[in-house]
Design a protein around this ligand. Structure first.
Ligand code: ZN
Length: 999
């Protein structure tokens, strides 16, 4: 509860009061503050925009009502009340009446009783406190203009971003009628489609969150293409190479979107986890509940069957509720160990374990039952830490007739208790019966989305790709898995799948048919990939007197027994051994604030399988306080990373994580390095861990090292360094030419003077600074700097280090250059700085420098464009065309460049000037121009992009840019190469006809 309040406050802190696109028409008619934002209420004004704004704003004219927003048919937006305050638009009055279901009833402004259909209204609290209202120009029978709809859409996106709301029609996005069904049944009227409005706003918002990063991804097995944020299944991708436009980090996962979905504004994404290769599925065995040898193979038989896992139900009569010990589980663990040392056990806790059946739905005893059940799960997890390998919380709650929300509450209570005592133990949600229970699963996931690591799922009487016959059973295994996986949002554990002789197998001999079914079912589960089905348990070894099982009542092996054995034998062996950290080095152990802690972690893959990894690559430098999430490297299911954690950490576990660079082969050892810039003085322990993301911490607390970070205490030197001479030459330069700077420094102190970059000889372009080149100040480093008359912005923007430490008594000449572009005369001078401590000297060698107009001499040879590609060449209005240009520097000079960066998106009609990228004389850019442009935009090559960085002689660069085309047109576009300002060196390269049709 405390966290919830804090989260709400944080959201409110972040909300900007006023919509930047709105005309402000502030009204005093408001309630200060709010009680959360449960919905936006859509209204129709029944009049003009001007009349509505006046009526709702003016407290004299109308003392009774207001609204947050009014939108006009021509897309103007007025805002009258801050979104953090309550407007007077959706008000109802609560009348206390103990005879009513909620202890009262609602009346509207006229005092007439109303029955709000909005399910999220809070009995007793005026909806004005927790809703935002939007009025719209016009009358309720009218269809909204496209302009008003678009303006409303943009406003909904902005509100959603302020409060992090995803629009749900009739819940968080409602009409006034849903509050006052008596006097406002036609507000906003029958033409308003809330489903479409919510979907459009959610789509606009989510597509804005996509980070462009084109590439090709391979999907391993099967994965769902989901429409976010609703998680609606659109279709499935299966074993394909897929082009991606970019990615989205959303709800703790990375998702990819294809160029097609992005360009067509379809919010269809698939999980990045499906692009990680997974090992083959290895069959496991689900034991029938019962006593010892009656349901469990002997150690020898277990060895012969060789399941990877065994699943077992715990019974109350063997259960110690104080310690968590279960003597039957001890017996089983012992047998499993005798059979095969690396065989793993999934323990199942259920009412049989508790010795108490769940109370009926609606019972007041539920919360006590949940407490008992979750405490028991915790005890078992604690006692069997390191002995069992997974824990399943409850079994087939649907068959037990437990309401999904009641089961979800039990799971939500158990999960944190289990993790508190055994953080690495995977928690499996209850297997839901029996292949088609999608709605039950959906409700569990909705109510407890973060309370399981894998979703339990059972499959019975589902066809194995049409086997044994087309109309047999309830559905297809493949469909069952794919749907359940998409709903769960996490890989499934099929904790039971089985078949019995008594099924109708048609003409097939039942024992052989069951074996065949097992073979086909495992083939399908293997085929869909471990990202869909992470484990699968065949039910069962034996049930006395029934036609289930691999052996009959007298222990004779059925064909299913041999099939299981063969499947286990043929499956690639599951990883043996472990991946582990073999060495950790954290250096230095004492450092000054602002310095970096070097992290070096050696990982050895002692298993027989290649282990996958993910971003970020080794070498990434974190700043203290950042996390892998804040840097955009969300967990990819199953990938291995190393991470660093520290004493007193709040927030995300092991916030500094690095990938392994690339997959680690069996027996391979690799050292992963990274850095953390520590900015706060403190003494604490740091240590390393190895994680398989979203599955388990394989190791933790490795290499614990006490790190001391202190404020720098460099003893002040005696004496001072001195500038002996300064020269600026020439004193008259042509625009585009270099001003050479020479500063002579002598170290008159008794210590060597530390320094930093850039080194002597570095050339600045006018307008740049040491910071824009990444040479930010390092405390105590000595540098010389040049400042000039009329400078705004950073002090002494042109700075140079000494190249290396300057020894006591040593004199050194520091040279540098500045390429001047702006015509005029001004004074330049030099100074000497001890960074972040003091300027030791300034105003040395002040000299007037005159810059005359003139163009830089042309390079010998010319840069050229070798490839131009526009795609697509046919698109709809509002879609984006990509241009890809290859530039080769065939000149003898290095080409400097300037922004915007490659990848920058222009909207049609924008140009480099309107986007704030005025030419820097001498810099090179690529540009795009088109036929008929002069009647639209007087600027040649209005769309320009950087070369990505300075281009040395002989080098090539590929530059990608984007333009959103909004006009219908059929026009030739081409690329060019420009030396700023506006000197077109290559013109009309790659002329391509682009057709833009009506959206
Ligand atoms: Zn209304």
């Amino acid at each position: 509860m405390k966290n919830k309040i804090r989260a709400t406050e944080a959201a409110l802190d972040m909300a900007i009061d006023w919509y930047p696109q709105a005309e402000k028409h502030e009204t005093p008619k408001l309630y200060p503050g709010n009680q959360g934002r449960r919905a936006v209420v859509i209204h129709i004004a029944e009049g003009s925009y001007e009349a509505a704004v006046r009526w709702l704003q003016d407290a004299q004219l109308n003392p009774n009502s207001s609204a947050h927003f009014v939108i006009a048919k021509d897309a103007r937006v007025a805002q009258l009340v801050s979104v953090n305050d309550g407007a007077w638009a959706n008000g109802l009055r609560w009348n206390v009446d103990a005879s009513q279901p909620n202890g009262g009833y609602w009346t509207n402004g006229r005092g007439v009783r109303v029955n709000p259909s909005w399910p999220d209204i809070v009995p007793g609290q005026n909806p004005n406190f927790y809703t935002i209202s939007i009025e719209h120009e016009g009358y309720y029978q009218e269809t909204w203009t496209p302009e008003m709809y678009a303006a409303n859409n943009e406003l909904l996106v902005w509100i959603a971003e302020q409060f992090d709301i995803w629009w749900v029609p009739y819940r968080s996005l409602i009409g006034h009628y849903a509050i006052d069904n008596v006097d406002r049944p036609n507000c906003p009227g029958p033409t308003v489609n809330f489903v479409k409005m919510a979907a459009d706003a959610n789509t606009t918002r989510i597509l804005k969150m996509v980070v462009p990063q084109t590439g090709t991804k391979h999907v391993y097995g099967t994965t769902a293409l989901l429409s976010l944020p609703t998680n609606t299944i659109i279709s499935y991708l299966r074993d394909v190479d897929t082009e991606v436009y970019g990615y989205l980090d959303y709800r703790g996962k990375r998702w990819y979107i294809t160029p097609y979905s992005f360009n067509n504004k379809q919010p269809y994404f698939f999980e990045a986890a499906s692009t990680v290769p997974t090992p083959a599925l290895f069959p496991s065995l689900s034991l029938n509940p019962g006593y010892r040898d009656s349901v469990t193979p002997s150690a020898g038989e277990l060895r012969d069957l060789a399941p990877q896992w065994v699943r077992v139900l715990l019974f109350a009569q063997y259960q110690n509720f104080n310690t968590g010990q279960n003597t039957e589980l001890d017996w089983l663990l012992d047998r499993v160990k005798q059979a095969k040392p690396n065989m793993q056990v999934l323990a199942l806790v259920n009412p049989e374990t508790l010795g108490e059946i769940p109370p009926p739905t609606g019972s007041a005893n539920w919360s006590a039952y949940i407490t008992k059940a979750s405490n028991l799960a915790q005890k078992v997890a604690q006692f069997y830490r390191g002995k069992i390998s997974a824990l399943e919380v409850w079994n087939e709650p649907d068959v037990q007739q437990i309401l999904p929300e009641n089961y979800a509450a039990l799971l939500s209570a158990a999960y944190p208790k289990i993790k508190a005592v055994n953080p690495d133990l995977p928690v499996i949600s209850a297997g839901i019966c029996c292949g088609e229970g999608f709605e039950y699963l959906r409700r569990v996931v909705a109510a407890a989305p973060n309370a399981f690591d894998f979703a339990g799922w059972h499959i019975y009487a589902e066809r194995a790709d049409g086997f044994p016959s087309a109309n047999w059973g309830f559905g297809e295994i493949r469909n069952s898995i794919n749907q359940a996986r998409a709903i769960a949002g996490k890989p499934l554990w099929i904790t039971e799948i089985g078949a019995q002789l008594d099924y109708d197998w048609g003409n097939l001999p039942p024992p052989q048919a069951v074996a065949d079914y097992m073979n086909r079912a495992f083939a399908i589960m293997n085929d869909v990939g471990r990202n869909q089905v992470a484990q699968a348990f065949w039910f069962t070894w034996r049930i006395a007197g029934e036609s289930w099982g691999m052996v009959d009542d007298v222990g004779t092996k059925r064909p299913a027994w041999f099939m299981f054995q063969e499947l286990a034998k043929n499956a690639p062996q599951p990883p043996t051994g472990i991946a582990e950290i073999t060495n950790v080095m954290l250096t230095p152990t004492t450092l000054d604030t602002g310095q970096v802690l070097n992290v070096s972690i050696t990982v050895r893959n002692g298993t027989n399988a290649t282990i996958p990894t993910q971003a970020p690559s080794p070498g990434l430098v974190y700043n203290e306080g950042e996390t892998f999430l804040s840097r955009g490297y969300a967990e990819v299911n199953g990938a291995y990373r190393v991470g660093i954690d520290f004493d007193g950490r709040t927030g995300i576990d092991h916030p500094y994580r690095w990938g392994l660079g690339s997959a680690l082969a069996p027996n391979e050892t690799r050292t992963i390095t990274g850095q953390i810039r520590l900015n706060k003085a403190a003494v604490k322990n740091y240590w390393a861990g190895l994680v398989q993301e979203q599955i388990a911490w394989k190791q933790d607390n490795v290499g614990k090292t006490l790190i001391t970070v202190k404020q720098p205490t460099t003893p002040p030197p005696t004496g001072n360094p001195t500038i002996l001479a300064v020269s600026f030459a020439p004193q008259t330069v042509q625009a585009g030419q270099l001003l050479n700077v020479s500063i002579t420094v002598r170290n008159d102190t008794n210590v060597a003077l530390a320094t930093q970059g850039p080194n002597p000889g570095f050339t600045y372009l006018e307008g740049e600074s040491f910071r824009s080149h990444g040479f930010t100040e390092q405390r105590d480093a000595f540098r010389v700097g040049v400042d000039f008359e009329g400078r705004t912005g950073i002090d002494h923007p042109y700075r140079w280090g000494f190249g290396s430490a300057l020894n006591p008594g040593e004199t050194r000449v520091i040279n540098g250059a500045i390429r001047l572009n702006k015509v005029g005369t001004k004074k330049y001078w030099a100074g000497l700085v001890r960074e972040q401590v003091a300027w030791l000297q300034d105003n040395q060698g002040a000299t007037n420098i005159t810059v005359s107009s003139g163009t830089p001499p042309p390079p010998t040879g010319k840069p050229i464009i070798t490839v131009v590609q526009f795609s697509p060449t046919s698109l709809e209005q509002g879609q984006i065309v990509q241009v890809k240009v290859t530039v080769k520097n065939d000149s003898s000079q290095t080409l400097t460049t300037q922004g915007p960066d490659a990848g920058f998106l222009y909207n049609e009609g924008d140009n480099f000037l309107t986007k704030g990228f005025a030419p820097i004389s001498g810099a090179w850019r690529i540009g795009v121009d088109y036929d008929g442009r002069s009647s639209v935009d007087p600027n040649i090559y209005p769309y320009r992009w950087s070369l990505g960085g300075s281009l040395a002689p002989g080098q090539s660069a590929v530059i990608v840019g984007f333009v959103r085309l909004n006009r219908r047109q059929s026009v030739d576009y081409w690329a060019g190469l420009i030396q700023e300002a506006n000197n077109v060196i290559v013109d009309r390269a790659g002329v391509t006809r682009i057709n833009v049709v009506k959206a």
